[in-house]
Write a protein that binds this ligand. Structure first.
Ligand code: GLA
Length: 728
C-alpha cells in the first residue's frame, strides 16, 4: 500500500520509493499540506504544523474554526494543499472560480476520498499511464458550497520512483454556470525559503539553458503566453536546497504534461515560506463550466530527490520511459537517420534524394528523411503550408519511396500541420481558417499563420490531407514542425463569452488530432519539432517519443542545450544530429555529442571525403554498440558545461545492471598543463571494468573514488572522446 488514510489523525500519507507526502484534513474541512520529503514512518502526528505562530495580525481567520478551539489557525499562513482565492489566503491561488454573481471568492473543503491501485488516464489530454502493479491513486474530493464546484485532487504515487503525478478536476454540481478563472495542476507549500529556484530558459538555437538563483521574497515565475510551451521557458522548474549539486541536496521538481500556455511560480511570503504553483497560464484564460460539466487541468509531475539533481533527472527519465512515452516506442530502437534539411534545404528532387539514400546506405544509415519542400509548390518558405499534396514537378514520391525501401532503408517526411501560408490554395479557399481577430492587422511569423486547430472542420481537413499521402505511400516517420507562435489569438467559432477559452481549446484540438493520428498510424515514428526545440515538453512525449532538440547543431552549444534538456528528459527523446553548420569542432566531437540523443546526420553524404566516410562508419558502429547503455541506462552528469572553470562537459551513461558504462568527455577550450581527473559515478564498486581505449582494468570503487587522469587524451579545442567500460 503506497497510500494510507489514518482515521485518527485524518492524515493521508503517500509513500513513494524513498519519499513521503502527507496531507491533513483539518477542522472545518480545510485540506492542509503537512510534509513532503524523505520517507518517514506512517502515522506521525503533525498537528503542530496546522498552525504557524507568526504574522497573526492582518491575517484574517475563520471564526467557526477559531470557536472550535483553534485560535492560532489562519488560512493565510497555513500550508494549504490546493489554496483558493479570496477567502483568507493572500498568496498565489491554485483555484479561483468566477461565480454567477461576478466575484471570484472560492473556498473548498474536504468531502470524501477514494484510494485505488493503478492510474486513470485523462480523456482528451496527454497523461501518464500505470497499472495496479506500479502505482496507487488517491482522489481527494472537496466542495465549494457557494458555487457547488466539486474539486477532485488526483495524486498517483509510484511504488518504485520518487514521483507523484497530480491533476485536478472541477465539476459544476450546482444549477448555475461558473467560469474557471485559475486552475493550477499542483500547489506545494514548503516551510522554508532556503532554496534555489532552478529553471530552463532559452531562445531559438539556445534552448533549455540552466538558471539557478536563490529564492527571494515575492513572486518568481516562468511562463508562456505563446500558445506553445516555447523556446523561452521550459515547463520545468525545481526548488533545491542551497549548495545542491549533482549528488547532494534536496530537490522538489515539477514538469507539466502540457504543450500550451503555462505558469510555474514560487512565491515567498512574509513568513519566509514558499508556495510552488504550476499549471495553465491564467492570463487570457476563462473557462465556462455549465451545470453537470467539468474542467480538467493538465497533469503535473512532481519529483523528489534527496540526492541532488542527478537523482532527480534519473527519476524523470525512468518515469517517462516507463509511464509516458508511447509503449510501442519507449524501448524500441530508433532508426539512425539522415535528414535532407541542412543537406539541401528546399533544393532537392527525386534523384538527389535517391543519391542521398544510396550514399547513406553504404555508410550504414537506416532512414532517409525528406524535410521541408516536398508539397504544394514549395521552393522556399513563403508559400504552400496547408497544401499537403505532392509537388509533382519536383518529386516523384512513389519512385522515391519504392527505391529507398528497395535499398532496405526506411523513409520519413516533414509536415507542419498546424500552419497555413497566406499564399496557399487552402488559404485562398478558407481565408477565415487561421487564428486571427477580424478587423485587426495580423502579425506574421516566417510568412505564415497558424491554422485554427480548435475547429473540428479544420482538423478534419488537415487529417484527410495527411492521410491521403500517408495511406498511399510507404512512409515510416513523420517530423511534425511548428515554426511560429500565436498572435491575435481568436477563433471565428468562439463568441464573446468564450473568447478566452481559445488557447486551451486549441491545445485540446491538437491533442485530439494527435490521439487520432497515433491510433491510425501506430507504426509510424513521430518526431516533434518547433523551430528546433520550441515545444519540447512532456505533453508531446505522450505522442511522439522524440523531439528535435534544437536547430543549433554546433556540439559545444549542444553540450549546454542537451545538459539542460537532460535535467528532465531522457536521451532517447532528444533529437540530435551531426551536421556541417556552424561547426568549429571535429567530426568526432559532433558524433560523440549527437550520440547522447537519437543520433543521425543532417548533411549531404555525397560530399563526404574518404576520411569522413570512415568516421561515419565508425560512428554508426558505435551507435549500435552504445545504444542500450545510452538510451535505457542511467545518466550521470559529471562536469557541467556551465562550470566556467572547467571549459568542458563530462557525462556518462551506466547500464541498469551496471555492467557497462559509456563515459564521454568534451572540451571547449585548449587545456595546458592540467590534470583531468574524472571520478566516475553510478558504477558497482565491487565490479571490475575494462576500458579498451585506455587499456585500463580497474574496480568500480577505484574509478569512482580515485578517478582516472585523462589529461593526455584531449588537448584541442572542440574535441570529444568516448570511453566504454565493460565488466570483466
Ligand atoms: C524548422 C526545423 C528545421 C527544419 C525547418 C524546415 O526550422 O527546426 O529542422 O525542418 O523548420 O523549414
Amino acid at each position: 500500500m503506497s497510500i494510507i488514510y489514518n482515521e485518527q489523525t485524518k492524515n493521508f500519507q503517500l509513500d513513494a520509493k524513498n519519499s513521503s507526502y502527507v496531507i491533513g484534513i483539518f477542522e472545518g474541512g480545510y485540506i492542509l499540506h503537512l510534509y513532503y520529503g524523505a520517507k518517514i514512518p506512517a502515522g506521525e502526528d503533525f498537528s503542530g504544523e496546522y498552525y504557524r505562530g507568526y504574522q497573526a495580525s492582518f491575517i484574517p481567520y475563520n471564526k467557526a474554526v477559531r470557536d472550535a478551539g483553534y485560535p492560532a489557525f489562519y488560512p493565510g499562513n497555513a500550508p494549504m494543499e490546493y489554496p483558493t482565492n479570496g477567502a483568507g489566503d493572500y498568496r498565489t491561488a491554485a483555484l479561483a472560480i468566477l461565480n454567477a454573481d461576478g466575484n471570484t471568492v472560492t473556498d473548498i473543503r474536504y468531502e470524501s476520498h477514494k484510494i485505488y491501485r493503478g492510474k486513470p488516464r485523462i480523456d482528451g489530454l496527454p497523461s501518464l499511464y500505470a497499472d495496479e502493479n506500479s502505482a496507487e491513486t488517491l482522489e481527494l474530493v472537496a466542495r465549494d458550497p457557494y458555487t457547488n464546484a466539486v474539486v477532485t485532487l488526483y495524486y498517483t504515487v509510484f511504488d518504485e520512483l520518487d514521483a507523484i503525478v497530480r491533476s485536478v478536476d472541477i465539476k459544476n454540481d450546482g444549477d448555475k454556470a461558473f467560469k474557471v478563472d485559475t486552475a493550477a495542476s499542483l500547489c506545494l507549500d514548503i516551510h522554508s525559503m532556503d532554496y534555489d529556484w532552478i529553471h530552463l530558459w532559452g531562445q531559438h538555437c539556445q534552448e533549455r539553458a540552466l538558471s539557478m538563483t536563490p529564492l527571494e521574497h515575492g513572486n518568481q515565475s516562468i511562463s508562456s503566453k505563446r500558445g506553445a510551451s516555447g523556446h523561452f521557458h521550459n515547463p520545468f522548474a525545481a526548488l533545491a536546497t542551497h549548495g545542491t549539486d549533482e549528488t547532494h541536496g534536496e530537490v522538489y521538481a515539477v514538469n507539466l504534461v502540457y504543450s500550451g500556455n503555462f505558469t510555474i511560480s514560487a512565491e515567498v511570503d512574509a513568513g519566509c515560506t514558499t508556495r510552488l504553483v504550476a499549471g495553465i497560464n491564467d492570463h487570457d484564460f476563462l473557462w465556462e463550466v455549465k451545470p453537470g460539466d467539468s474542467f480538467r487541468t493538465p497533469e503535473c509531475v512532481l519529483v523528489y530527490s534527496g540526492a541532488g539533481l542527478g537523482e532527480m533527472s534519473r527519476t524523470f527519465h525512468r518515469l517517462y520511459l516507463d509511464h509516458l512515452i508511447p509503449e510501442k516506442w519507449a524501448y524500441t530502437k530508433r532508426p539512425l537517420l539522415i535528414n535532407s534539411w541542412e543537406a539541401a534545404y528546399f533544393n532537392f528532387d527525386t534523384d538527389k534524394l535517391i543519391a542521398f539514400a544510396e550514399r547513406a546506405k553504404e555508410l550504414g544509415i537506416e532512414m532517409l528523411v525528406m524535410d521541408d519542400g516536398w508539397f504544394g509548390r514549395r521552393d522556399n518558405d513563403t508559400n504552400s503550408l496547408g497544401d499537403w499534396y505532392i509537388y509533382e514537378k519536383k518529386l516523384d514520391l512513389k519512385r522515391l519511396t519504392d527505391t529507398v525501401h528497395a535499398m532496405g532503408l526506411k523513409f520519413g517526411i516533414w509536415y507542419e500541420p498546424e500552419m497555413i501560408s497566406p499564399d496557399s490554395d487552402l488559404f485562398r479557399a478558407h481565408p477565415d481558417w487561421h487564428i486571427h481577430v477580424p478587423g485587426r492587422p495580423e502579425t506574421e511569423g516566417r510568412q505564415q499563420y497558424i491554422i485554427d486547430f480548435s475547429r473540428k472542420d479544420v482538423r478534419d481537413n488537415i487529417f484527410e490531407q495527411m492521410s491521403s499521402v500517408l495511406d498511399n505511400y510507404d512512409i515510416d516517420y513523420v517530423k511534425w514542425d511548428f515554426n511560429r507562435n500565436m498572435t491575435e489569438a481568436g477563433s471565428a467559432l468562439l463568441d464573446a463569452e468564450h473568447g478566452l477559452e481559445f488557447y486551451h481549446r486549441y491545445m485540446l484540438g491538437l491533442y485530439e488530432f494527435l490521439e487520432k493520428f497515433v491510433k491510425k498510424y501506430p507504426d509510424l515514428l513521430l518526431e516533434s519539432c518547433s523551430g528546433g526545440g520550441g515545444r519540447f515538453d512532456a505533453g508531446w512525449l505522450a505522442y511522439s517519443p522524440q523531439v528535435w532538440a534544437s536547430d543549433n547543431t554546433n556540439p559545444i552549444d549542444r553540450c549546454r542545450i542537451q545538459y539542460g534538456t537532460s535535467l528532465c528528459y531522457p536521451a532517447s527523446t532528444m533529437g540530435a544530429h551531426v551536421s556541417h553548420r556552424d561547426n568549429i569542432s571535429d567530426y568526432n566531437m559532433r558524433g560523440c555529442v549527437a550520440m547522447a540523443g537519437t543520433f543521425g546526420y543532417e548533411m549531404d553524404p555525397r560530399t563526404f571525403s574518404e576520411e569522413e566516410k570512415a568516421l561515419v562508419k565508425q560512428q554508426v558502429a558505435n551507435y549500435h554498440k552504445y545504444y542500450d547503455t545510452i538510451h535505457y541506462g542511467d545518466l550521470y552528469r559529471i562536469v557541467s558545461p556551465y562550470d566556467g572553470n572547467q571549459s568542458r562537459s563530462i557525462w556518462s551513461y551506466v547500464s541498469r545492471d551496471k555492467k557497462q558504462a559509456l563515459l564521454t568527455v568534451a572540451t571547449f577550450q585548449r587545456v595546458f598543463n592540467q590534470n583531468l581527473f574524472v571520478r566516475m559515478q553510478g558504477l558497482d564498486p565491487e565490479k571490475t571494468y575494462f576500458c579498451e581505449a585506455l587499456n585500463l582494468r580497474a574496480s568500480g570503487a577505484r574509478l569512482m573514488n580515485a578517478g582516472i587522469n585523462l589529461c593526455d587524451q584531449l588537448r584541442q579545442i572542440g574535441q570529444a572522446k568516448e570511453f566504454f567500460f565493460e565488466e570483466v
